[in-house]
Every structure is written in structure tokens, then in C-alpha cells.
Design a protein around this ligand. Structure first.
Ligand code: ARG
Length: 428
């Protein structure tokens, strides 16, 4: 075996196990296995031993749960990033962190290469490669699964020939990736977007049909957009560490079937793919956080921040978190979060997490202005003058161009009709 080394992101599954031996043979490199714990349910010591038995010269476990929640999941919550409006980005958020830990380990161990088990069709290869290239341009990247083009059966034969343990349990019909922010499920029968996801696609959430008939109410306290405490009634919340808080919300949400997402997604490499996600904590927290922002941000902050969130979601999805653009936007988000402090009361019931109450010492909600009761402080006369100026330009345009005063047909006025798509040409 060679003297040069590669650090491989090792999950313990068939692909990365075969990769250890394949890299030995093909590249003549010693393999150091690095398994990153971002809250995926695995017995990490078993995984570590398996790496060593399979031929890794060293095997490390990095517990990155805190860093993952503090530095990736919660900032993304503050930003409100949901890819294509629905996917909380669990897998995408973890990749740059894993890449960073690979790079750190390679430098520490004097390795010249890093490796990961991603295929050539997915987003994850892009996220790893881009992040690694940004952080450590000197490291060479090996992606065995992208390179070897073995079918599953060929891989199993390769494993048997090299005495690599093949999982004896019936392999999951799905490709699954999980961390504290959610569980991503693809392949198998899900590849037909017409098929309803079967029960066995889900592992964290109960079918909402069989969820309890009685709701669970929870209160979440936020400080500057970060959830810091959890309680079952509004006046008794308990401060929790980030990882504990997310873990607890995954359990509470999952028990009510909250956070199932069925998404036809546009991958970075130009493929549409059918994805199923389970993200109870992320779903509850995004809903609660948005409810608190509705109270504490102005109308233009909410509108513009949604645009920023969409841009950031795409950057996260595309593996471009280590970019100046991402950093610039994250400073904007941090600034918006200075007053997002307060509590949200949530109801979990039958697959839904709904904000039913919100309050904040920084609230912009002014009861004296909003109330329809008598004695409000709103200047009703000012409304008439305001509307006069607000409609000034529109009234001019309506008179000159839209035929105001001459009873124009409603048809074609606000929208073209299908058989007459030319603006304004409809004669009714
Ligand atoms: N489509 C999702 C994403 O791009 C999930 C990928 C999950 N990976 C997996 N090996 N199942 O973030």
C-alpha cells in the first residue's frame, strides 16, 4: 500500500465500504475514514470498527452536532431558507460542514486527497467538491462511486471478493440521508412521481391519520431569531441547548405526523427528482419563526427578506455557502434578527404545526391602531387624503389608456383571455 493518504467521508454503508478497498487498489493510497455525526442515527463505534476491519488505516468519528445546529441549521432558520418553498435543506446544509471536517482532518493527518461516496447524478457531489475546492484548493478529490460505474450487483460481488461485510438485512428500497434537520428519502417506488409514498418511506413521523386526536400545545421562545426554550404552556418554558431542543421537537412533531414533505425537486444538475422529506423540528421551527417575524419585522423587511431567503436557499442547495455572496446575505439576515425576540404558541395536530399565538417585547403590533372597537387612535380623516394621493397616477392612466368613464368591458381588462391573448384587444 502507498504512503500517501486520503481522508474518506465514511458512512459505514456498502458504497463507502467498497470505496476503501477500491481506493487502495486503484489509487494506491492509504485510507483514513472520517465519520461525521450530524445527528444521523448510527452506532458510530460500530461504524468506526467496520472501517478498520475493511482496511482503513485509521478511523475517526467527529461529533459535529452542535456545530451543525448552531452554525448551519439555526442561521438557515433565521434566514427562512426553504428550497422551492418547501425543503428545509437538511442534507444540503450538512455537506459544507462535512467538507470542512474532511479538509481539517486531511491537513492534520498530512493527506493529499479527500474522498466522498457521492454519485455523478446528485447535488451532493457538487456540494462536497465546491466546498472542498473553496477551502483547500491543494487537495485532490476522489469520488469512487462517480468513477467506478459499478451496478449494485457488481458492487456486492466486489465486496464479497474482498471480504467486505455486505449488510445481511434486506437493503432499504430507498436512498436515505438523515441529520438533525431532517431525513431525505429518494429512489425505489418514489421514482414514479405518481406513486403515493408508502408507509415504509417514513421513519420519524406517524401517519397523520393515526396521530392523536388531541393536540399538543407548545411554546417556543426565541432570542434574536434563535429558539432557546421550549415549554408546554406559555409561562413555563425550559431553556434547552440547541441539539436537545431540535431533538425534542423532532419527537414531538413526529408523534403528530408533522413535517412530511413530498416534493418534485429541481436538482442542480438539471434533473427533476422525486424526494420525500421528514423534518418535524425544522417544520415547527420555520412556522414559529415566521410567526414571530410577522410581529417584529416591518412590511418591507418581510418582503425583501423573503427575496433574500430564496436566494440563500438556492446558494445552500447549490453548495455555495462558502462564497462572498452568501456571507453578504447572511449579514443582512443577522441584522434583521436583532428584534426577533419573543414567544410563539404552537398547536401540533394531525400532521400540522400551526402558530396560534405570538408575542414579543419588540412587537410592532399596536392594539390602539388595529382595534375595531371605539376609541382607537387611528386618524380616519387622514385615510381619505392618503388614498387620493395613492391613486393619483393610476387615475390618470385609467382615464388616458384604459377607457375610464366609457364603461370598458371587464373581459380583457385585467387579464387576456385564452382565445384573445392580446392585451387590450378584446371587444367582448
Ligand atoms: N435531494 C436532496 C438534496 O439534494 C436530498 C439528497 C439526499 N441524498 C441521499 N443520499 N439520499 O439535498
Amino acid at each position: 500500500m502507498g504512503t500517501d493518504k486520503v481522508v474518506l467521508a465514511y458512512s459505514g454503508g456498502l458504497d463507502t465500504s467498497v470505496a476503501i478497498r477500491w481506493i487502495n487498489e486503484k489509487y494506491d493510497l492509504d485510507v483514513i475514514a472520517l465519520t461525521v455525526n450530524v445527528g444521523n442515527e448510527a452506532d458510530f463505534e460500530v461504524v468506526r470498527q467496520k472501517a478498520l476491519r475493511t482496511g482503513a488505516i485509521q478511523a475517526f468519528i467527529a461529533d459535529a452536532r452542535d456545530a451543525f445546529v448552531h452554525d448551519f441549521a439555526f442561521p438557515s432558520l433565521q434566514a427562512g431558507t426553504l428550497y422551492q418553498g418547501v425543503y428545509p435543506l437538511a442534507t444540503a446544509l450538512a455537506r459544507p460542514l462535512i467538507a470542512k471536517l474532511l479538509v481539517d482532518c486531511a491537513r492534520r493527518e498530512g493527506a493529499s486527497h479527500v474522498a466522498h461516496g457521492c454519485t455523478g447524478k446528485g447535488n451532493d457531489q457538487v456540494r462536497f467538491d465546491v466546498s472542498i475546492q473553496a477551502l483547500a484548493p491543494e487537495l485532490r478529490i476522489i469520488a469512487p462511486v462517480r468513477e467506478w460505474r459499478m451496478t449494485r450487483d457488481e458492487e456486492i460481488r466486489y465486496a464479497q471478493e474482498h471480504s467486505i461485510p455486505v449488510p445481511v438485512t434486506a437493503a432499504s428500497p430507498y436512498s436515505v440521508d438523515a441529520n438533525l434537520w431532517g431525513r431525505s428519502v429518494e429512489a425505489g417506488v418514489l421514482e414514479d412521481p405518481w406513486n403515493e409514498p408508502p408507509q415504509d418511506a417514513y421513519a420519524w413521523t406517524i401517519n397523520p391519520r393515526f396521530a392523536p386526536e388531541e393536540p399538543t400545545y407548545i411554546t417556543i421562545d426565541f432570542e434574536k431569531g434563535i429558539p432557546v426554550a421550549l415549554g408546554d404552556d406559555a409561562d413555563h418554558t425550559e431553556r434547552l441547548e440547541a441539539v436537545a431542543l431540535v431533538t425534542r421537537l423532532n419527537e414531538l412533531g413526529g408523534a403528530h405526523g408533522v413535517g412530511r414533505i413530498d416534493h418534485v425537486e429541481d436538482r442542480l444538475v438539471g434533473i427533476k427528482s422525486r424526494e420525500v422529506y421528514e423534518a418535524p423540528a425544522a417544520t415547527v421551527l420555520h412556522t414559529a419563526h415566521a410567526a414571530l417575524e410577522s410581529l417584529t419585522l416591518s412590511r418591507e423587511q418581510r418582503r425583501f427578506k423573503a427575496i433574500v431567503a430564496d436566494e440563500m436557499a438556492q446558494l445552500i442547495y447549490d453548495g455555495r455557502m462558502f462564497s462572498g455572496h452568501y456571507r453578504d446575505l447572511s449579514y443582512y439576515v443577522a441584522s434583521t434578527q436583532r428584534h426577533v425576540t419573543g414567544s410563539v404558541h404552537m398547536r401540533l395536530l394531525k400532521g400540522e404545526a400551526v402558530a396560534v399565538g405570538r408575542r414579543s417585547p419588540q412587537s410592532l403590533y399596536d392594539f390602539g391602531l388595529a382595534t375595531y372597537e371605539t376609541g382607537d387612535q387611528f386618524d380616519h380623516d387622514a385615510a381619505v387624503s392618503f388614498i387620493k394621493l395613492f391613486s393619483q397616477g393610476l387615475r390618470t392612466q385609467a382615464r388616458v389608456q384604459l377607457g375610464a368613464g366609457s364603461a370598458p368591458e371587464i373581459r380583457g381588462l385585467v387579464a387576456p383571455t385564452i382565445d384573445d391573448p392580446e392585451p387590450g384587444s378584446s371587444s367582448g
